[in-house]
Design a protein around this ligand. Sequence first.
Ligand SMILES: [Zn+2]
Length: 568
Amino acid sequence: METGNEQKNGDTIMKENEESAAGVADAADVGDVAAAAMASNIAGAAVSAQTAFEGLQLPKSVLVFDTTLRDGEQTPGVNLTADQKFELALALDDLGVDVLEAGFPASSDGERELFRRLSREGLNAKVCGLSRACKPDLDAVLDNGANYVHIFLATSELHMKHKLKMTRQQVLDAAVDSVEYVRSHGLPCEFSAEDATRTDMGFLKQVYCAVEGAGATMLNVPDTVGVSVPRAYYLLVKEIKEATRTPISVHAHNDLGVAVANTLAGVEAGASQVQVTMNGLGERSGNAALEDTVVALANAYGVGTNIKKEHLLSVSQMVARATRVHPPRNKPVVGENSFAHSAGIHVHGVLAHALAYEPYSPETVGQKRRIILGKLTGFAAVKNVLSQMGFDVTDEQAKQVTAKVKEMGDAGRRIQDFELVGLAEKMVGIQRKAHIALGQVLITTGNSIMPTASVKAVVDGKERTACATGVGPVDAALNALSEVSGERSAKLKEYKLEAISGGSDAVCEVTVTIEDAEGRRRSGFAIGQDIVMASVEAMASGMNNRYSHEDNRKAVAMAKSNAARVSE
Ligand SMILES: [Zn+2]
């Protein structure tokens, strides 16, 4: 795939696609199931990849068509600004997607401007614009710098009759005319038979053969409404594959929770491209998640992509921040719990050999292994976490900390790192002064003024004052506190507010997690009746827990030498 946005003539594109299609076929012909089995990291699998995929013509690699900025942006409640879309497009390009569907140019001036901006940027990915099968839509794509066109037109009886109010013949004609129009401009043209999974098979084949004849370069088979399951989707894609010669793409929705499984079934059936979104964003229950699909293809099938997997977590987090749709903790690949272990037996196993309870190494997707302490935590985990924090404790001390951790866990608490530091300090006999001692906090807020906060505090022995504004009183107060602490680079990663009792005078608990410039996290906690004050105190407690592992090591050494002097 060439770089830059220069347009190619139709023949070159055609040839390129034929070559890539041939490449896919070659890879399968030479018995790459064996290679796939070798590449797969399911070591010692009960059913080997060789057996599981016997008889299938798996490709060596597939293309990734990312539609985070189009189908993903159609997630209810998500609205991205042009600048956000531009930044995300650059990140997705860096990630290595082959086709980047940046939006729907016919829909707004902002979308068209985005395409012009992206075309000036010269991305490695093809920049694709979505279009209905009509000339004004197509011109909006063609005139604004896209170098790849994705046409969709519904083919199911339900859609044709009630939505489009078109006959089969009218749909066939519009599809063919649109594809020919794009190809006369020399651009690659992908065609989607919208609602393919609910379309009459005979008519569906007729449509795909017709657009293939008109020069379509990729045939996408969308499960638009998410009604299919892997076995059915496999048979559908296989049948289209056998009826045509053009590369096939798959597009699955997650209404039945099987979008990724359907996408994989599509690849098993011969698809050479997957349409996916970061974090599985998309209409209703979303699309197949890019990260899950890519990792499953690589690990379970030995099928490659151009995705730089080690960037998956950072791009996922960037998408989550922009869309404000945060993947659940237990989301595969990029979830906070994907490589977190809490139960004693699992922690012990993972510390003995990581693969004991991890399907693959967290670093491969930009993640880190984390040990979470709770009531099921055992001695090995506590000792490991303490030593990672810089506390070189004896077995006896670690046992005492473990007992305390279990006690807190039994009371329903999730043990925060600052609490563990506190326990360890007590055990080893360390006394440290607080970095920040809060003084006066003054906040003004209302329905017609900008929320403003001023915070006075003693920071490392010096009195300091700072003022800041924010979107609300909590935001303003936390901004002022970051300013006064001198830790402007510290980012608030997590803010959790829980009301313990009912009513507007409820006692609330605030937990915050702060991340410093080096990516180290620490948490803080406070309890109170005033939400704003509890938030400020939680943030200050997090900032006070700023000791590096080296600081902890020094403090432990100091405490030991003091103890030795006293006993002499
Ligand atoms: Zn869709």
